[in-house]
Design a protein around this ligand. Structure first.
Ligand code: PRX
Length: 632
């Protein structure tokens, strides 16, 4: 593999120093190791005010040439992708780099045959099957902008995202497997598309062999379309700052934000961070359990590993099917060396039988990773001890959809590791903590709001179709800083520990939801007048969703109402956003100006009502007693 890796703490320190003193030189040297059709003219232009950030301006490239073509000579017969199905009895699939290249080119030609072209937005709503990975790369091959929507989102959520991006094509499957269940994916797409006039074509991959509704002139089967199609497809030449993808994420308003990443900077940072954090070696079998529908799947299942010429494993199933040993069985089956998962999965498995882990050897494992939410110390130790046998560095990787890649993390075996601490920033990343006035807190042993003071190559460029939203969300809270929305501590040695969101975003099992988004969904229920949603600590999910709801009229039974409210959220967003607790209230604690005091609701949801702070500014302080009395 190209020599991008830092091998000792001294090397890290030197690289870090240079990345701050001479960021352009630092990144230009790294970017030089990639395949460019034309070299860039300017390494970096930026201001955080508009914001306007351009990396490698004038450079021409195609990311798939870097993921695939450039490896063909030396790694053509090396495994690029291993796919393990949901059902352990079904046969797995493997593609070498050469085979994956052919599949991607073929899929790209199918896209073109169906009218797709550079700059089009293509929505991908597919389960974790190999065609999902191939479809994403096929879009990138022809310069179409992919917008992957996690296949657990509802039809309404999908149509909102499709309409926002004005996507012209949808790539999907007949259905999906999830543990013991089979789910009709195409039916959800059909429902979504009733409200999506921009979509002209739907390409359907067969997974379950179900008979599905195919709309004449709009829907085609992938297996029909691919017949006789060439396995050769020249890559479209892209500008560094052309959009590579849009990925929708929650913010503090009800409407999802289309986070935009561009080709050059994202590519450079994806590989650099992947190879360093995990300290990959040529012989590794690397497994990231995230779904490609989330940023972790984009950067560290797909792009990062393939850019690095690694073997990446993709898993269709869930950790608990057919039993709680499934992850570990897959590790042993393929000799997985690097394993990257979410704390919620660890906590769920921790609650099960320890023999589900101990009956597997897990000898091949070398590095463990965690992502998506704070990993509590108990889960950290369980993971480190029982999975890693106290012999694998455990990297706690902090980052966000908007950052494109890992920002603060231990570099396996190279930089310090401390339970529940993401630890030190990667080279090129300049985090600072600020107080509520935006003043930098310079000392160690402090806590503050986490911001970045300098751009890195994979920083968000804009929010699709609404640049002002990007400015307001990330660049306006503190002047000349990118604000992450997280609070963090910095210990005496300068190691960072991420505490969690300080805005109205809840992190449920590593998935982000704006409270406003869930409230908006709940309010659609005909019985509901108003609602307020907060997060509360949950043993497995990290945070659970607690909804306080004011209703117009009580239907026959309270359970029916709860079930209906949950149903409304499932319909508007998806099962992943189901409230865990719903408390019916007659009023909400509001200030005289009408603002809901979430601080109070959060305390009630946490079960800590001993000190609710000052409630004298409330419009109706009595409501607090009622809420306290009815707490679930
Ligand atoms: O609050 C932080 C939390 O997840 C948020 C980003 O969510 P998302 O964009 O969905 O990306 C998740 C995968 C990168 C962050 O603002 N978060 C992510 N990783 C960690 C984390 N919190 C603590 N420790 C982490 N390692």
């Amino acid at each position: 593999m190209e020599n991008l890796q830092l091998k000792s703490f001294e090397e890290y320190q030197q690289a870090y120093k240079r990345s701050v003193e001479d960021p352009e030189g630092f990144w230009a040297d790294i970017a030089d190791k990639f395949t460019w059709r034309k070299k860039w003219n300017t390494t970096l232009e930026w201001n955080f005010e508009e914001p306007d950030i351009k990396w490698f301006k004038g450079g021409k490239l195609n990311i798939t040439e870097n993921c695939l073509d450039r490896h063909l000579k030396t790694r053509g017969n090396k495994l690029a992708l291993i796919w393990e199905p949901n059902d352990p009895k079904e046969r797995f699939i493997r593609y070498t780099y050469r085979e994956l290249h052919e599949r991607v080119c073929q899929f790209a030609n199918v896209l073109k045959k169906n009218g797709a072209k550079k700059g089009d937005r293509i929505c991908i709503y597919m389960p974790m099957i190999p065609e999902l990975a191939i479809a994403v790369l096929a879009c990138a091959r022809i310069g179409a902008i992919h917008s992957v929507i996690f296949a657990g989102f509802s039809a309404v959520a999908m149509s909102d995202r499709i309409n926002d991006a004005q996507a012209t094509m949808v790539l999907t499957s007949d259905g999906l497997n999830r543990g013991a269940k089979q789910i009709p994916v195409k039916r959800v797409v059909d429902e979504a598309l009733e409200d999506c006039p921009s979509v002209q074509k739907v390409i359907v991959v067969e997974r379950l062999g179900w008979a599905v509704n195919m709309v004449e002139g709009r829907d085609v089967w992938y297996h029909d379309e691919v017949q006789g199609v060439s396995k050769d497809c020249p890559a479209e030449e892209m500008d560094s700052e052309d959009m590579l993808f849009i990925l929708y994420t929650s913010g503090s308003t009800g409407k999802p934000k289309g986070v935009v990443h561009t080709c050059g900077g994202y590519m450079v940072y994806a590989q650099y961070s992947f190879m360093n954090v995990f300290q990959t070696q040529e012989s590794d079998v690397y497994w990231c359990t995230a779904d490609i529908g989330w940023i972790t799947g984009h950067t560290y299942l797909l792009y990062g590993p393939l850019l690095s010429g690694a073997t990446t494993l993709m898993f269709e199933g869930v950790p608990s099917y057919p039993d709680n040993g499934r992850f570990w069985q897959v590790c042993d089956k393929f000799g997985v060396t690097i394993f990257y998962t979410a704390p919620t999965a660890i906590r769920a498995l921790m609650a099960g039988d320890i023999d589900d882990v101990l009956s597997y050897s897990l000898d091949s494992l070398r590095v463990l990773g965690s992502v998506g939410e704070p990993i509590n110390e108990e889960a950290w130790h369980w993971y480190y001890t029982h999975v890693g046998k106290e012999d694998c560095p455990l990297v706690d990787t902090w980052w966000q959809t908007e950052t494109g890649g890992i920002m603060i993390s231990t570099i396996a075996g190279v930089t310090p590791m401390k339970p529940s601490h993401a630890a030190l920033p990667l080279p090129g990343i300049q985090p600072i903590l600020v107080d509520s006035d935006g003043n930098e807190i310079k000392e160690n042993g402090v806590e503050g709001y986490l911001c970045m003071k300098f751009p890195w190559p994979s920083i968000i460029r804009t929010t699709y179709g609404d640049h002002e939203r990007a400015r307001l969300s990330y660049f306006s809270t503190y002047k000349n800083l990118y604000f992450t929305g997280d609070g963090a501590k910095r210990d005496e040695n300068g190691l960072y520990r991420i505490i969690g969101r300080v805005d109205d975003v809840i992190n449920v099992s590593g998935h982000r939801f704006g409270t406003a988004e869930i409230e908006e969904a709940i309010n659609h229920n005909e019985h509901v007048v108003e609602s307020a949603v907060v997060g509360y600590p949950h043993d497995v999910k990290g945070q659970g969703i607690y909804a306080f709801v004011i209703i117009k009229d009580m239907p026959e039974k309270e359970e029916y109402l709860r079930a209906e409210i949950i149903e409304t959220v499932v319909e508007k967003i998806g099962k992943i956003a189901r409230p865990d607790k719903i408390q019916i209230v007659s009023g909400l604690p509001k200030t005289r100006s009408g603002k809901i005091m979430r601080r109070i609701l959060r305390k009630v949801a946490e079960g800590d009502t001993s000190n609710l702070g000052d409630t004298s500014t409330l419009l109706d302080p009595d409501v607090v007693d009622e809420i306290k009395a009815g707490a679930l």
